[in-house]
Design a protein around this ligand. Structure first.
Ligand code: ADP
Length: 438
C-alpha cells in the first residue's frame, strides 16, 4: 500500500494545481461554485493524463526486450514496473543457471568415449554427441529432427530399433563407413524417448579374432606332432620291429618331441615379451660376445654348408636385455641359415650412423621373399612356405619374437628381399640405446 499515499498526493496536487488554474482562468461572471468545479475537472484531467503517460511508458518497456531498467516512476506505476522487472530478472537468472547446468551435462556426455543419441517417440534425432555422430555418420546439427532410420539404414540396427527390445543384449553391426564394427544398446525412458548407446568394438573384435586364430594355430601346431607320436607309439606296441627300425622310429619320435619343445619355448618367450615391462635403457649389453654366441650356433646349424661371416663389434654396447637381444639375433641368423640353400652366404654386419644410431644387419643369398608377403612376415604363425618352415624346424613365431624385441628396445625392423636373390633384415637401434666404448 506504500504506493497509495504518493499516488494520492500526486493526484491531489495535480487536482489542486488544475483547480487553481481553472479557478483563475474561468470566467469571473460564473459563480464561485462553477469556477471551483471547472478547476477540479481540469485537475482530475491532468492527474489522469499523468497516470496514463506513466502506464504507457511501462507498457512500452514491457513490449521491448526489457534489457533497460524499468521506468523508475514514483507511485503505483513505478512500483509495478519495479516488481515486474525483478521477477523478470529472477526468471532470467534461473534460466541462465538451468542453461549452464544443461551445458555441463551435455559436455560430460560429449566427453564420453561412447556414442549417446536421444530419439523421440517418432524415432527422430533429438540430440547426439560427437562420438555417436561419428559412429553413425551423422551431422549433429543438420540431422536433428530427422528420422534416424532414414539416415542409418543398417538392417540389423533398423530391426533392433523396430523390435524395441529395450534392455536386451546389445546388437553388433558394421558401421556405415564399412571399416569397423559398432555395438549398440537401446534404453527407453520418459514418454516414448529412446537412448541409443553405441561403442566402437572394431579393436575388440579384431583382438578376439586374433585370439581365436592363435588358439586354433597353437592347437594345430601341437596336434600334428602329437598325431605322429601316437602313431609311432601304436606301431611300437603292435609291430615287432627290428633294431634298426626301432632306432629310426625313436629318432623320428625325438624329432617330433623336439618340435613341440621348440614351439612351447617360443610361445613362452612371446608370452614373456608381451607381459613384462620394457627392458631398462641403462643396462648395457656388449654386442661382440653376443654375436660370437650366435655365430657358433649358426655354424652348428649350417653344418658347414654355408659361408658365414660376422662383423667385429668390439666396444659396441646396446642398452636393453641380453636375453631378448640374443633371441632376436638368433632368430634372424637361424632363418638366414634355414632359408639359404647350401653354398650360400650369410653376413652379419654392424654399422654405426653419423647420428649415433646403429644398424645390425643379417644378409643372406637365400630364397628371398616375394613383396606381397613382407607386410605379414611378423604375424604369429605366418609362413611364406609352410612345409619348408616345418621341415627346417620353424615354428612360425621367430619373426614375431624379433618384432616384439625390436619394439621393446625402441628400434625398428626393416626387411629388403628379392625372390631368388636373398634377404636383408636390419634392426635399427636409436642413438640413445647405442654406445661405443673407447
Ligand atoms: P619360421 O619359424 O617359419 O621361420 P618366422 O617367423 O621366423 O617363422 O618367419 C616367417 C616366415 O618368413 C618364414 O616361414 C619364411 O617363409 C619367411 N622368412 C623368414 N626369414 C627368411 C629368410 N631369411 N629368407 C627367406 N624367407 C624367410
Amino acid at each position: 500500500m506504500n504506493w497509495l499515499l504518493p499516488r494520492l498526493t500526486a493526484g491531489v496536487l495535480a487536482m489542486l494545481a488544475g483547480g487553481c488554474a481553472g479557478f483563475l482562468v474561468s470566467n469571473v461572471e460564473h459563480t464561485v461554485v462553477w469556477r471551483v468545479l471547472a478547476g477540479g475537472a481540469i485537475g482530475v484531467a491532468l492527474a489522469a493524463l499523468l497516470d496514463t503517460a506513466r502506464g504507457y511508458r511501462l507498457i512500452e518497456w514491457l513490449r521491448g526486450s526489457q534489457e533497460q531498467q524499468a521506468p523508475r516512476d514514483a507511485g503505483f506505476w513505478g512500483e509495478l514496473g519495479y516488481r515486474v522487472e525483478r521477477s523478470i530478472r529472477l526468471r532470467e537468472q534461473g534460466l541462465e543457471q538451468e542453461r549452464l547446468r544443461l551445458e555441463q551435462f551435455l559436455s560430460a556426455i560429449e566427453a564420453s568415449p561412447n556414442g549417446v543419441m536421444i530419439l523421440d517417440a517418432g524415432q527422430q534425432i533429438v540430440w547426439c554427441n560427437g562420438v555417436a555422430a561419428d559412429h553413425f555418420g551423422l551431422d549433429p546439427q543438420r540431422d536433428r529432427r530427422q528420422r534416424v532410420t532414414n539416415l542409418v539404414r543398417s538392417p540389423a540396427f533398423v530391426a533392433y530399433l523396430q523390435q524395441a527390445r529395450f534392455g536386451a543384449e546389445p546388437v553388433s553391426f558394421a558401421n556405415p563407413r564399412g571399416d569397423g564394427t559398432l555395438s549398440v544398446l537401446l534404453r527407453s525412458y520418459g514418454e516414448g524417448m529412446t537412448l541409443v548407446l553405441s561403442q566402437d568394438v572394431t579393436d575388440r573384435e579384431r583382438h578376439e579374432a586374433m585370439r581365436r586364430d592363435f588358439v586354433a594355430n597353437v592347437s594345430h601346431e601341437i596336434r600334428t606332432p602329437l598325431t605322429v607320436l601316437s602313431g609311432f607309439i601304436e606301431t611300437m606296441g603292435n609291430l615287432p620291429l627290428t633294431e634298426v627300425e626301432r632306432k629310426r622310429v625313436l629318432e623320428l619320435m625325438a624329432q617330433q618331441t623336439g618340435r613341440m619343445q621348440t614351439l612351447v619355448s617360443d610361445l613362452l618367450t612371446l608370452a614373456q615379451l608381451e607381459g613384462s615391462p620394457r627392458p631398462a635403457a641403462d643396462r648395457w649389453v656388449p654386442l661382440a660376445p653376443l654375436l660370437a654366441q650366435v655365430e657358433s650356433d649358426a655354424k652348428a646349424l649350417s653344418g658347414g654348408n654355408h659361408t658365414i661371416e660376422f662383423a667385429a663389434a668390439n666396444g659396441i654396447e646396446i642398452a636393453g636385455s641380453h636375453a631378448e637381444l640374443l633371441s632376436a639375433v638368433h632368430n634372424l641368423v637361424g632363418n638366414a641359415v634355414r632359408y639359404t640353400p647350401e653354398g650360400g652366404r650369410i653376413t652379419v654386419g654392424w654399422q654405426q650412423q653419423a647420428d649415433g644410431s646403429g644398424e645390425l644387419s643379417v644378409t643372406d643369398t637365400g630364397l628371398g621373399i616375394a613383396r606381397e608377403h613382407l607386410p605379414r612376415l611378423t604375424e604369429r604363425f605366418y609362413r611364406v612356405d609352410g612345409s619348408r618352415s616345418r621341415d627346417t624346424g620353424g615354428t612360425g613365431l621367430g619373426l614375431s619374437i624379433v618384432k616384439h624385441v625390436v619394439q621393446r628396445h625402441g628400434a625398428e625392423l626393416q626387411v629388403d628381399s628379392e625372390p631368388g636373390k636373398g634377404s636383408r633384415f636390419r634392426i635399427v637401434f636409436p642413438a640413445a640405446r647405442v654406445r661405443t666404448l673407447g
